[in-house]
Design a protein around this ligand. Sequence first.
Ligand code: EPZ
Length: 421
Amino acid sequence: MDKLLVTGPCQLNGSVEISSAKNATLPILAATILFPFPVKFVGIPDLMDVGTILKLLQSMGIKVTKNDGDVVVDATKLDNQHADYLLVKTMRASVLVLGPLLARYGVASVSLPGGCAIGARPVDIHLTGLEKMGAQIEIENGYIKAKCDKLKGAVVTFPFPSVGATENIMMAAVLAEGTTVIENAAMEPEIDDLAHFLMSQGVKIEGAGTSRITIHGMKESELKPNPKSYRVIGDRIEAATFIIAGIMSGGEVKVTGLNPDHLKFVIETLTKMGANIEVGRDFVQVKKSNRLKGTTIETLPFPGFPTDVQAQMMALMSIVDGNSIVTETIFENRFMHVPEMIRMGSKITLKGNSALIEGVEHLSGAPVMCTDLRASAALILCALIAHGQTEIQRVYHLDRGYEKIDEKLTKLGGKIQRVKG
Ligand code: EPZ
């Protein structure tokens, strides 16, 4: 297992281009199952999770050709509708093939994703929505066995604006008979990008990015190939990670390739803490500022504060003036970075789903371990500004969702060495 040796403190300066969003790329690649013709993409990020979903598509007989970020997915013919446990257990988002498989073939057997480090993460909202559209679903030996004659459009009201469930129902609705309305839909930018991709292939959708999405079902023969390649939106979570890295290091970092509207609340929060941030059309410029002061945040569905930036915020809060409080309302176990950060000198007290962070002068290098994707990012941020060397183990968590983050940070002035393990 690779590890990273990071020497701090360092100051980051320069410009970094953000990769395409992991959490938009995964549902969009799953959606190619719907189309009986090749679909072309540019700028697909080189991430472990992307590799996993492409392997999953290929395991069903789908043809994938890759040339760096240029990817063509040809789902003209599938020879099975099975998503195996061995692939699904490494990446929960594999459950997103369920909706498109049912919509096109009326049958699917998809391994239950199982829990992951940050929580149980059931898929009951996905399954209830598909049943509302006429799917019969059984759970057998850890697999979701689903079938239907033909999915029917329905009004599907979510108890919680689940990102994955919104994506699964949207994709299922594309080839359902009639119109589907999703109420209390998730509004994350990645949902909007999935809708944008589907519409680029001729699908009629209204309301994406709002809490009420209408999808007009079509026949497979009505879907038309789009000669243009599709480029997924910039990764707002990666962007937030670099913005916070720039602020923590006291340098001047320009983060490009994103839509800053996707980070409004994060930018507002950082500015309120005293960060000096200039926002452009497709970039965010971090400038030098005085020492920041603590604040209070609560993670919420979009447009609230994103749970995927919670750990990185706690890294920043560890070294600002005064106290901060973080409340995690989306996942039940998303504080696993805390014990590792405490080893580096953070002063954090946990109480239920809240954390009290008391700002300290500086952190100190220490051996630490990654536990999940965003926790790993927080540890890198701490290591960049800690005094001394930090050894970060199990960086495969990081490689799942950040494209060449060590190279990008090194270009900005970070002292990071990857030790192949
Ligand atoms: C997506 O996960 C993202 N993953 C997550 O990013 C992100 O943290 C999350 O949305 C929230 O924004 C991808 O897009 C691949 P949810 P997802 O369904 O779809 C509960 C990262 O770091 N729930 O909105 O799984 C669930 O347990 C990852 O990039 C049910 O109870 O998120 C959780 O507590 C981590 N039943 C909450 O809802 C369901 O059927 C949010 O889940 C579905 C979800």
